[in-house]
Design a protein around this ligand. Structure first.
Ligand code: CP
Ligand code: NVA
Length: 303
């Protein structure tokens, strides 16, 4: 079993991962992974949180991780992604990959005999969305009564995964971005099959009733050449204290990080009392450990 897309897990599978996380966070015994299991971390883009938390997760579970930058692989000299997946899965027990192209991680999954985890692609960030919804659940136990507003780049990988994971769990999502800038239609339409997702171009309407307001960088990895145009495009969607006035006094602020203070969010909001961004970051480790245990259990039983 793989976790390449947020759509790979049903609601009950997400809840099984959350249940493992609950047990781990209470220090309760858990069936751990195979002794000395090794995860290949194949990264083509930078990472602070995801890379380090996966390495720590494997160490804490009694295994190990091997960090591999794509430029040091034969892939950089033309070996195919398919052959790379076959080779890595010969030696390792899991592959987690952060790649530019989502189609590359799909190819890895198709050619790997061990579980493959998406550690971010241009289209998705599924482990982030799991950690985010686990964080939301710590504040609002009934996820069916939760409304999450995603502000800014509503077509970002983080928005795509959050939309799917949140709606599967029964939460509603409002996407707030510039008029004429649309969410990714595939993810949007799929999320609308699972639940409620609406698009707004103003904070006024979009933040009404929002329990959580989420933002991400306006310039994702790989979009640097387009940075100036994108910052201008999203200039009215910076998360400020004034913007938050359109939400309720209890609304909490989320960001996957890394943050760019003064670009997509002000320092006052990011570092202010409503921010739960460091809880999100902390939960990445717990959720990744739980995901690894879950995938191990499923693989052991041949599912
Ligand atoms: N949120 C997140 O994925 O952070 P990194 O890019 O530091 O891994
Ligand atoms: N949307 C951002 C997320 C970083 C964790 C990016 O892809 O760069």
């Amino acid at each position: 079993m793989n976790f390449v897309s947020s759509d790979d897990f049903s609601r009950s599978q997400i809840n099984e991962v959350f249940a493992i996380a609950d047990r781990l966070s209470h220090g309760r015994g858990e069936s751990f992974i195979k002794e000395h299991a090794v995860m290949a971390l194949l990264f083509e883009k930078p990472s602070t949180r995801t890379r380090v938390s996966f390495e720590v997760a494997m160490t804490q579970l009694g295994g190990n991780a091997v960090y591999i930058e794509k430029q040091h692989l034969q892939m950089s000299r033309g070996e195919t992604v398919e052959d790379t997946a076959k080779a890595l899965s010969t030696y390792c027990d899991f592959i987690a990959a952060r790649l530019y192209s989502h189609s590359d991680i799909v190819k890895i999954a198709e050619n790997s005999v061990v579980p493959v985890i998406n550690a971010l692609t241009d289209l998705e960030h599924p482990t982030q969305a799991l950690a985010d919804m686990y964080t939301v659940r710590a504040h609002k136990s009934d996820l069916r009564n939760v409304r999450i507003a995603f502000v800014g780049d509503i077509a970002a990988n983080t928005a795509n995964s959050l939309m799917l994971t949140a709606t599967k769990l029964g939460s509603s999502v409002s996407l707030i971005g510039p008029r004429g800038y649309s969410p990714n239609s595939i993810y949007f339409n799929k999320a609308r099959e699972y639940g409620t997702v609406d698009v707004y171009d103003s904070f006024d309407d979009g933040l009404e009733g929002a329990d959580f307001v989420y933002t991400d960088t306006f310039v994702s990895m790989g979009q640097e050449a387009d940075a100036e145009r994108r910052r201008a495009l999203f200039k009215d969607y910076i998360l400020t204290d004034e913007a938050l006035d359109h939400a309720t006094p209890d609304t909490l602020v989320m960001h996957c990080l890394p943050a760019h203070r003064g670009e997509e969010i002000t320092a006052d909001v990011l570092d202010g009392p409503k921010s739960i961004v460091w809880e999100q970051a902390r939960n990445k480790l717990l959720i990744e450990k739980s995901l690894i245990i879950y995938l191990s259990e499923q693989t052991d039983t041949g599912t």
